[in-house]
Design a protein around this ligand. Sequence first.
Ligand code: MN
Length: 264
Amino acid sequence: MADTSRRDLLVAGSAAAAAAIMTDTPPAAAQAGPAPIFAVPATTIPIAGEQGVFPVRRIYCIGRNYAAHAIERGSDPNREPPFFFQKPTDAIQNVAVGEVADHPYPSLTKNYHHEVELVAALKSGGTNIPVDSALDHVYGYALGLDMTRRDLQNGMAAEKKPWEIGKSFDHAAVIGPIHPVSKVGHFTKGAISLAVNGTVRQNSDLTKMIWSVAEQIAKLSEAFELKAGDIIYSGTPENVGPVVKGDVLLCKLEGLPDMSIKIV
Ligand code: MN
């Protein structure tokens, strides 16, 4: 194939891809034009009591959202605005109710930490969402673990480099099934805890979050256009700490079923 025609094909392919993004509707396979050369699996989360599953678009996480955890991580909870990071969508590890799911100890770290968190799952979004209407965008809630390679996170932070490698890796976003707001309501209070091998390590209440889920949605939507399928890990309380192979973690959130994993 001559270089010219090859370039023409590439340009045509880019235009088709751009059109697909603009219209935001039918899957590529349903459209005329270039087809994907292989399939990439979609990431979904089961929904309690529903046949359908929740498709994940983006995973956002808020940092240092409980005062006591902010202090243990070295910041002043009274002065600092909320900050966010993302995990890759396919970092999701689904954990069924009643299961103790095997969770692989990741590579590179010698200080692997648990962070138990409430997760909000969005059915819609927007930009500059007011706090007053922010919860209207929440489809449901789940119990989650923002697993963290703490030594790598701290090492990168010390060098003022992005701490992606400490937070964004395979299986780093552990989550239970999503429970629709229509059945469980909104979570603005309630006990949240994590035990390792039967010993409680983290134990707090959602009322101690510095920024509520509604405020998190409002703040996030100033920086990003939120959309259906986005999920938000809403921060962890104090007493994060290390786990090792063989440890069994039990997460509890008042109003939702427990979630459990075993580090393998
Ligand atoms: Mn976290």
